[in-house]
Unconditional design. Sequence first.
Length: 392
Amino acid sequence: MHRLTLSAALPLALIACSSGGEAVASGEAATEIAAISPVDRLPFETAEVAAFDEPWAMTFLPDGRALVTEKKGVLKLVSFGADGKPAMVDVSGTPKVAYGGQGGLGDVVLSPDFTNDGYVYLSFAEAGEGDTSGAAVARAKMVTAADGSASLTDMQVIWRQEPKVSGKGHYGHRIAFGPDGMMYISSGERQKFDPAQDLEQNLGKIVRLTPSGGIPSDNPMDDQGRIKAQIWSYGHRNPLGLAFDSAGNLWNSEMGPKGGDELNLVKRSANYGYPKVSNGDHYDGRDIPDHSPEDGFVPPKVFWTPVISPSSLMIYTGELFPAWKNSAFIGALSGQALVRVKLDGENAEKADNWAMEGRIREVEQGPDGAIWVLEDGARGSKGRLLKLTPAK
């Protein structure tokens, strides 16, 4: 999506620092961006640690190093010295990506048994026949050498969006492992609307697979053909955040159309309604019915109109910010903010919306409980890795 216009009622300072959401070739119309909650001072210190070229995702290794993806297809292995300065090497063996629009190298997560099996999971946009593409997920073993170099070996693609379609938007492709040991993947509807409700396609869905890409026998439609058997929930638009809380609940954040960005509690077999219902409207002005108790669809726990353009989701479990334990943190692209949502069991409530200096692409919790964020953008202007610690 492309989100540029701010409400005239917003302060001029916000207008000056705001920019669009997900850039795509189709050029969706502009929409309003949610205002930042006024605060006297931020409750955290921000330290710039490194800079990247269009970073998309990051994860920490058990030894404290980090992996960071860049959209053009580069995977960085980042080590942090005692002085806090990073050292980076490119990890060889990454998959070839279909770069452009929202496409490229995406998420990176570790196997739940990484210490023993060494598997790294990557999502990416994969080219198809003609001018088509689709999200894919691959896993490979990461090998590091004594000279500090690193490589991925035995790469295997274990899931693909089907069918591959035209366009370069709404891949989704976030990955999360659940307490059940299963792999959950968010799959965007690729700006094609109807596939989100079509159970013969895995677009606009959250799918549930085994770590090797197999279909669990307890999936809701496991006996109804290969595509249906993957599906855990459906009716999603562009789900760019996926995370489990400490109680084992699965949450996802996703971009709505013109309004109606969502935080959802993801349930087995649930239909979240898009494009039949939404708290936003189509970019061409056509109305989409709002969620209502009678529509038969599952409404979001929280929604944003005007939008924030949610890019990512992290649920905080650390001790460094004790007051925020079990809160959901969402990176905002067009909103240029870090957004906190208070979770209470299966309920959610908006809490904080902190202005940042740029579009926030990724939010991650560090080993020491610090909050790490990646800015969207190219090295030299944005694309910074920031570490947030409690304000002194």
